[in-house]
Design a protein around this ligand. Structure first.
Ligand SMILES: CC(=O)CC(=O)O
Length: 640
C-alpha cells in the first residue's frame, strides 16, 4: 500500500460486493463499463434519471419506471421524484427481503433492562399493535406522532406503525429537557405522544416524569399521551404502553406518494427554533437502500450497529437496514469505551458505526478494542458526527481491526444520510473520506460558484437527491427552505461545511461554515443555549463556541453579566444546572468565562464564527471586518 492507503478493496470486489454486482448489472443494462467506482459515480450524477430508476428497481422498491417519470422536475426545492409510484416505507422495512419470519431482526441492549431480541414476526406484531393503538386515538394520514423515547425496539415499532398509516413520526431522546422537547414538538402539534418514564444512564436512574408532565401540558391539540414504564418509576402519564398496544389488528399499509412525509427531524440553526425538516417515504427508502447495500455492503446475515439516540438522524438511518435484509443492533445507555466493543462481539455486529469523538475518546483512554473483544466479524467501521482526524484512522487500523473498511461519513440531518463516505471498491486513505457517494453531486465551490479540485471551498450538492427534504414544517411556501439551503448559490444546495475534493476523488471536510455546534455527534443550536443561559438571573448576554479540533474538543460559554454582577461559583452553577436540566447533559460547557461584552454585528447578530476563528489563532482583522461590528472592542476578550 502506498500514499496513505490504509485499506484496499479486495481484488475480486466486482464479483463479491453489492456495489460490484450492481455495477455489473448496470453496465449490461446501459451497455457501458460502470464497474469502476469513478465511472459509476460520474454516471450517477450525470444521468440522474436512469441511475435512480435503477436503484429503485434493483432494491425492489418498485418496478421499472420510465426515465421521465423518475425525475419529473429537477428544480430544487420543488423537485418531483417518482410522481406515479405508490409506496409505503413501513412496508419496505417489514418486507426485509431474505429474512425469515423467525429470524432475529432486532437485537437491543440497554442500561435500563435486559437485552431484547425480536424476530421479524415479533416486529410485525409490535407494529400491528402500536398501529391499532394509534388508530384507536384517531390518528390518520398526515397526523403527527411524537416519541420522547430511547433507542429501543418499541420506538422502532411506533415509527413503522405511524408510517404504515401515513402519519408523520418525530422523536426526541429522553435526555432532552422539557424545553428542548417543547421547542421541537410544539411546532408540529402531535396528536399522540409516547414517552418513557425515565431511563438508566450507566448505573444512574433518571426519572423524567416531572418533565413529562410539563411536556404534555405544553402540547396543544394532543389527543393522548402514552407512557412506557421503562424505568419503572410507578408514574404513568395518560395510558400505559401495554394498554395502548393491547389489540393486534394486523398491519396494513396506506398507499402513499413517494414524497409523502415520513418523519420530521430537527436541525438547530443559529437563530430561532430548531428547523423541523420533513423527510419522505420514498426519499428515505431509496437513499438508505443505496447507502446500506452499495456503500456499507450490508445484506442478509449482517448486523448493523450505529451508536445513536433517537434525537440524531443516525437513528433513522439505522432503522432502514431491513430494507436490504440486514438486522439492526440497538443500544440505549452510556457508551462505555471498552464496553461498546464487547457489545459488538456479543451482538455479532458486522458493521460498527459510531461518532468520531467516541473513537478519539477510546484512543485517548488507551483502549485496545481488539484485545477487549473478538471483532473478527466486523467488515465495516463507520465514523461520523465530526471529521475523524488522521490519528483516528491509525487508531482504527492499529487497535480495532486491520481488515475492516473504515468509512468516515459526512452528511447530516438535512438529507438524513451521508453523502460523502466510503465504498467497498474504493481504498481508504488516511484522514480522508474515500469518495462522494453515488448520486451525490457534491462539489467544492469558490465564492463565485465555480467548482474546484484540490482546494477548500463551500460544500454544495449541485444536482437534486431524492432524500432532500420535502419541506420544513410550518414553511408552506418554502421561504425558509430556500433561505437556508438555496440562496447563496441560487438553485444549488449549500450545505454549510468546508470541503476539499482531492485529485483521486476523496474528500476532506474542514468544519462547519456556519456556527452550528456538534458535540459527540449531536447537533446543538446556539440559539438553544442562549434561550436557557440568558434566562438565568444575572446573565446579560452570552456566546457559545465549540472548538472541535483534534485533541481540543471544548465547548466554551462566554457570558456578559448584568451590571454589578460577577460570574462567581454560584452563578456558574445556576447556568450549568439550567443547561443540564432544560437541554441535556451534553449541553453543559467545559468552561464558562466572563467577558465585558459579546461582539455583535451592526444588525445585532452575535459573531460566533469569527470568534471561533480568533480563538483558533486567526487574526481578528482576517476573521471579521471591524466595520461590520457594532462593538469591535468586544473582540479583545477573545484574543490569545
Ligand atoms: C452523516 C452525518 O453527517 C451525521 C452528522 O454529522 O450529523
Amino acid at each position: 500500500m502506498t500514499d496513505g492507503e490504509l485499506w484496499l478493496p479486495r481484488p475480486d470486489a466486482v464479483e463479491t460486493t453489492n456495489i460490484g454486482r450492481f455495477g455489473q448489472w448496470l453496465s449490461r443494462r446501459e451497455e457501458r463499463d460502470l464497474t469502476s467506482y469513478p465511472a459509476l459515480w460520474q454516471y450517477s450524477v450525470e444521468h440522474l434519471r436512469p441511475f435512480w430508476g435503477a436503484v429503485w428497481e434493483h432494491f425492489g422498491l418498485g418496478g421499472t419506471v420510465p426515465e421521465h417519470r423518475v425525475l419529473a422536475d429537477e428544480a430544487m426545492p420543488d423537485t418531483v421524484w417518482f410522481p406515479d409510484e405508490t409506496f409505503n416505507y413501513a412496508r419496505a422495512v417489514l418486507t426485509a427481503p431474505g429474512v425469515g419470519e423467525e429470524d432475529v431482526i432486532v437485537r437491543a441492549y440497554s442500561d435500563t433492562r435486559e437485552p431484547v431480541e425480536w424476530t421479524l414476526s415479533d416486529l410485525r406484531e409490535a407494529v400491528a399493535r402500536a398501529r391499532a393503538g394509534l388508530v384507536a386515538h384517531g390518528v390518520r394520514r398526515g397526523d403527527r406522532v411524537a416519541a420522547w423515547m430511547p433507542n429501543i425496539p418499541e420506538t422502532f415499532a411506533l415509527m413503522l406503525a405511524s408510517a404504515s398509516l401515513g402519519a408523520v413520526f418525530s422523536s426526541c431522546a429522553p435526555e432532552f429537557g422539557a424545553k428542548a422537547v417543547l421547542d421541537r414538538f410544539a411546532q408540529i402539534e402531535p396528536k399522540v405522544l409516547v414517552a418513557v418514564d425515565g431511563y438508566k444512564y450507566g448505573p444512574k436512574s433518571i426519572d423524567r416524569t416531572a418533565d413529562l408532565k410539563r411536556v404534555v401540558r405544553g402540547l396543544e391539540g394532543l389527543s393522548a399521551s402514552v407512557t412506557l414504564p421503562y424505568l419503572g418509576s410507578g408514574e404513568i402519564e395518560g395510558e400505559t404502553w401495554d394498554r395502548f398496544c393491547s389489540y393486534d389488528e394486523g398491519v396494513a399499509f396506506e398507499p402513499l406518494t413517494f414524497d409523502h412525509p415520513l418523519y420530521i427531524l430537527y436541525s438547530s440553526g443559529t437563530t430561532g427554533l430548531p428547523k423541523a425538516i420533513v423527510h419522505s417515504h420514498g426519499g428515505m427508502a431509496i437513499e438508505h437502500a443505496k447507502m446500506h447495500s452499495l456503500h456499507h455492503d450490508l445484506g442478509v446475515g449482517d448486523r448493523f450497529f450505529w451508536y445513536s439516540t433517537t434525537g440524531w438522524m443516525m437513528w433513522n438511518y439505522l432503522m432502514s437496514a431491513p430494507i436490504v435484509g440486514a438486522g439492526i443492533v440497538m443500544f440505549d445507555g452510556m457508551p462505555d469505551p471498552a464496553g461498546m466493543w464487547r457489545l459488538a462481539e456479543e451482538s455479532g455486529t458486522t458493521f460498527f458505526g459510531t461518532s468520531a469523538p467516541f473513537l478519539m475518546a477510546c484512543r485517548s483512554r488507551g483502549i485496545k478494542p481488539r484485545e477487549e473483544a473478538d471483532l473478527s466479524k466486523i467488515h465495516g467501521i463507520g465514523s461520523t458526527g465530526a471529521p475523524l482526524p488522521a490519528v483516528g484512522f491509525d487508531y482504527v487500523y492499529e487497535q480495532i481491526s486491520a481488515t475492516a473498511q473504515l468509512q468516515s461519513l459526512s452528511g447530516g440531518t438535512d438529507l438524513c444520510t451521508g453523502f460523502i463516505g466510503g465504498a467497498p471498491t474504493v481504498p481508504v486513505w488516511r484522514g480522508e473520506l474515500s469518495c462522494r457517494c453515488l448520486g451525490a453531486d457534491v462539489q467544492s465551490f469558490d465564492p463565485e460558484g465555480h467548482p474546484g479540485i484540490g482546494r477548500e471551498g463551500e460544500l454544495v450538492i449541485a444536482s437534486p437527491m431524492p432524500s432532500m427534504p420535502v419541506g420544513l414544517w410550518g414553511d408552506p411556501l418554502k421561504h425558509r427552505y430556500r433561505d437556508t439551503y438555496l440562496t447563496d448559490f441560487p438553485g444549488i444546495w449549500r450545505h454549510g461545511d468546508w470541503i476539499t475534493i482531492t485529485e483521486r476523488g476523496s474528500a476532506v471536510i474542514s468544519g462547519r461554515s456556519d456556527a452550528t455546534l456538534n458535540r459527540g455527534g449531536v447537533r446543538m443550536g446556539t440559539s438553544e443555549f442562549y434561550a436557557v443561559v440568558e434566562a438565568v438571573e444575572g446573565v446579560a448576554d452570552s456566546l457559545v463556541v465549540h472548538l472541535d479540533d483534534p485533541g481540543q474538543d471544548r465547548l466554551l460559554l462566554y457570558v456578559a453579566c448584568a451590571d454589578g454582577v460577577e460570574l462567581d461559583e454560584a452563578l456558574r452553577g445556576r447556568i450549568t444546572a439550567a443547561l443540564r436540566q432544560q437541554l441535556s447533559p451534553r449541553h453543559v460547557p467545559d468552561e464558562v468565562r466572563q467577558v465585558p461584552a459579546i461582539p455583535r454585528t451592526l444588525s445585532g447578530k452575535k459573531v460566533e464564527v469569527p470568534v471561533k476563528k480568533i480563538l483558533k489563532g486567526v487574526k481578528p482583522e482576517e476573521a471579521i471586518a471591524r466595520d461590520a461590528l457594532a462593538n469591535p472592542e468586544a473582540l479583545k476578550s477573545f484574543l490569545r
